[in-house]
Structures are given as structure tokens and as C-alpha cells.
Design a protein around this ligand. Structure first.
Ligand code: ZN
Length: 292
């Protein structure tokens, strides 16, 4: 526990700008609909939001766009595109079609980026190298559409524990290698999402953030890593409750020129999804200031 004599790591750094806080709607999705989350963010003085596509579909794209605009919220990202690998050509084509719809949605919402969770192994496959090749091909096919729509694609490397079922891109270096291979001219249409939860442990993190630079760093997601973590998917911690030095990470991200939102993304079956959503948002605001 921090006491007055032992300040929290990073506490000497300046606090983040409150206006950079964004809420990924997963954080209160168990309690609220998208319409309620939009209103809730505005009511709590939160300036950004990152909606999930199932919630957009439920509310209706036109209505979601209207409400987000009416409340003056910036869309820090749309979750999510990707999921490229499939057992056959028809499956890969379906994935591409779905990604084209995701780009349209992100464009309609004026999103800063479309977050790409690239997908894991196709059913019954043990070929992770092949899955990674499919991801590369899928991104390359999608990129011209993203560029035409003005919606940057942000590849989000996921922690390796999700390599089989969610994303076979697992480090920032790997994501940036993909960017360099597919978009060597650094057009601005392809980059990465740095999610503290997925990459905090990486010995190359600092160097790879510097490598990404302003032109590739499209999104910054925050929460904390709890010890112990009781569930592989739905036990993310509130900022300040775990072991990630978030102020230090933010200073790295800002040093490379990132000027986008700080998006809080917490999946928490055992804790935050069980709380009053107003309390959750109040806590996000406070911890963004004091522990991020
Ligand atoms: Zn994320």
C-alpha cells in the first residue's frame, strides 16, 4: 500500500489531461446499454468512448452516431475488426466482408481507428505460422479500403495466452513488423494499439513504443494486471490495483508523440461488472488522474 512516505511509483510525473480519458464500453457493458453508456460518460465528464460493434448493432448505427455526436464524445476506437484466419477461402472471404462493414461503422462514427484483434488458429489447426500469414494477407487486402475510408487500422497485439483463440499477433514488435511489411510508406492508415494489459511484461516494450512513434501509435488502452489473475479473460484490474507502472508507460507513449485518448478497457466478471456503473465511471475518472 502507498503511504504518504512512499508515493506511488510514477507519482512525481504530471497527471494526465482529464480530457484524454475515454471509456471502452466493455467496462460497463454488463450494467448498461450503449445509449446509457453514452449518457453516463457525458454525465461524468468523460470526453471519449470506444464502442463494441455488437452494441452499435443493438442500438442502430445511425442512432449511436447521433447520440455520440449529440453528447460531444470523441470515438477513440471501434472494437473490433480482425479475426482473419479461417479454414477455407469462403471463411476468409466472410472475414473480409465483415471487416469492410466494420470500417463503414467506424467511418460513420468518426472513430480515431478500427481496433484489429487479428484472430487465432482456424478450427482444428495447429499451424500458427500459417495463421499469421493469413493475418498478413487479410490486413493487406483490407488496407486500401481503410485508407479510402479514412479509418486507420490499429493492430492490437494480445498477450500470448490468447494466441490460439483471439490473436496470433502477440508482441508490439510483431505488430510493427506487419505494419512495415504491409505499409512500408507509413501512410497513416496502419498502426498499432498499445494495450497495457497485453504488453506490460514485454522486455522490448520501451524500444518498440519508440519504434512505433507518432505515426504508428494509434490507440492506448489502460487497465491493470492483478496478482493473482483469476480468469484469463475477465479479471482485468482497475488502474492502480495491479502491478503495471501506468504513469511510466504513459510517459513512454507521450514521449513518442502520442496525443490521442487514454482508453480504459476493463473486463471484470468478479468485480467491476458487479458494481454500480456510476461508481465504476467515478473510479475510472479518479484513477485516471491518480494512477495512470
Ligand atoms: Zn485493448
Amino acid at each position: 500500500m502507498a503511504t504518504p512516505d512512499t508515493p506511488r511509483a510514477g507519482s512525481s510525473r504530471s497527471a494526465p489531461e482529464p480530457g484524454r480519458l475515454s471509456i471502452n464500453t466493455a467496462t460497463v457493458r454488463k450494467q448498461w446499454t450503449l445509449a446509457q453508456i453514452i449518457e453516463g460518460c457525458a454525465r461524468h465528464g468523460i470526453r471519449g468512448i470506444a464502442p463494441w460493434r455488437d452494441q452499435i448493432a443493438e442500438m442502430g448505427l445511425v442512432e449511436a452516431a447521433r447520440a455520440i455526436e449529440a453528447h460531444g464524445l470523441r470515438v477513440s476506437g471501434v472494437c473490433r475488426g480482425g479475426m482473419f484466419p479461417a479454414p477455407d477461402a469462403a471463411g476468409r472471404n466472410n472475414a473480409l466482408e465483415d471487416n469492410l462493414r466494420a470500417i463503414e461503422e467506424a467511418q460513420r462514427l468518426g472513430a480515431d481507428c478500427l481496433v484489429m484483434v487479428v484472430g487465432g488458429l482456424p478450427k482444428d489447426s495447429k499451424d500458427i505460422a500459417g495463421a499469421r500469414e493469413q493475418v498478413k494477407e487479410g490486413l493487406a487486402a483490407l488496407l486500401p479500403h481503410a485508407r479510402a475510408a479514412g479509418v486507420p487500422l490499429a493492430i492490437e497485439p494480445l498477450h500470448p495466452m490468447y494466441a490460439a483463440d483471439r490473436a496470433c499477433v502477440n508482441t508490439l514488435a510483431q505488430a510493427l513488423d506487419l505494419c512495415d511489411a504491409i505499409d512500408p510508406q507509413t501512410s497513416g492508415a496502419l498502426g498499432v494499439a498499445v494495450d497495457a494489459y497485453h504488453v506490460w511484461w514485454d522486455p522490448q516494450l520501451e524500444a518498440q513504443i519508440a519504434r512505433a512513434g507518432k505515426s504508428r501509435l494509434l490507440a492506448y488502452h489502460i487497465c491493470d494486471w492483478l496478482v493473482p489473475t483469476r480468469d484469463l479473460l475477465n479479471d482485468r484490474g482497475m488502474m492502480g490495483d495491479g502491478v503495471i507502472d501506468l504513469p511510466k508507460l504513459r510517459s513512454r507513449v507521450e514521449r513518442c508523440g502520442y496525443a490521442g485518448m487514454h482508453e480504459v478497457e476493463i473486463f471484470s466478471e468478479l468485480d467491476w461488472w458487479r458494481r454500480d456503473p456510476h461508481e465504476v465511471l467515478d473510479t475510472c475518472v479518479e484513477r485516471h488522474r491518480s494512477a495512470s
